[in-house]
Design a protein around this ligand. Structure first.
Ligand SMILES: Cc1cc2nc3c(=O)[nH]c(=O)nc-3n(C[C@H](O)[C@H](O)[C@H](O)COP(=O)(O)O)c2cc1C
Length: 217
């Protein structure tokens, strides 16, 4: 009855009911896979390391926010990455958020090592000094998170670098007249199952599920 009300189409309803039966919880057996990193989508950020004179950049998806106050983040790197050695030594890095315009650079920096090539020079990227760390930030990035490592934990294939966010800088081009940052205008990207995607249509704002509609008051 409920579904008929939503669709308003008898035929369509029958189809939906058939599908529901098949996939209902406790119905058909689930496909089971061995343990893996199936959490998607993930970010694809550009992590800079080193100094203004000798800077490397690599793409990282194993990253995220882990604490609001103090602001803390992490990156997880394989020990064989050139960036791993640099960050392990200096205990600093910058997370540079990526955009549609930076997608090619993100892919390139994720397949080429700084051991073989100066990726920044090759891609024509521009470095700007950071405020809180010696590691430079990427000028092309809309937001840069300047990070200082507080802990390094070998986990297995990857080593986890837990870090304090010491400062954040942003490209003023994305500030509106009220000073609100409009990241959507920067066309952010993410990574999922080996493919890059530009973030799409907004489908709701924080708390929209419980907010009363104006015309229902
Ligand atoms: C989208 C994407 C995400 C990646 N995420 C990670 C990651 O989280 N950790 C990691 O160790 N390597 C990751 N890589 C691989 C490194 O970026 C790649 O090995 C790179 O060449 C390392 O550069 P480096 O040797 O100059 O540090 C990723 C690659 C791509 C394309």
């Amino acid at each position: 009855m409920e579904r008929a009300h939503h669709t308003g189409k008898g035929e369509h309803m029958k189809g939906e009911q058939r599908r529901e039966k098949k996939t209902a919880p406790g119905g058909e057996a689930r496909v089971r896979w061995k343990p893996g990193t199936m959490l998607y989508p993930v970010p694809a950020v550009l992590v800079t390391s080193g100094t203004m004179e000798r800077c490397n950049v690599c793409t990282v998806s194993w990253t995220g926010t882990i604490c609001t106050d103090p602001a803390m983040t992490y990156i997880s790197l394989r020990p064989e990455r050139h960036s791993h050695g640099i960050i392990n030594e200096s205990r600093e890095f910058v997370i540079n958020l990526t955009t549609r315009a930076l997608a090619r650079a993100a892919d390139f920096c994720g397949v080429k090592s700084g051991r073989e090539i100066d990726k920044i020079a090759h891609l024509g990227l521009h470095l700007i000094p950071s405020e809180h760390v010696a590691v430079p930030s990427l000028a092309e990035s809309p937001v840069n998170l300047e990070c200082r490592v507080t802990e390094m934990r070998p986990l297995g294939s990857h080593h986890l670098f837990i870090a304090r966010v010491m400062g954040v800088s942003a490209d003023p081009r994305y500030l509106d007249r009220k000073g609100t940052f409009n990241l959507q205008a920067a066309e952010p990207i993410c990574y999922s199952h080996g493919r890059y995607y530009q973030l799409g249509r907004e489908i709701g704002r924080f708390g929209f599920s419980v907010r009363r509609k104006k015309n229902m008051r």
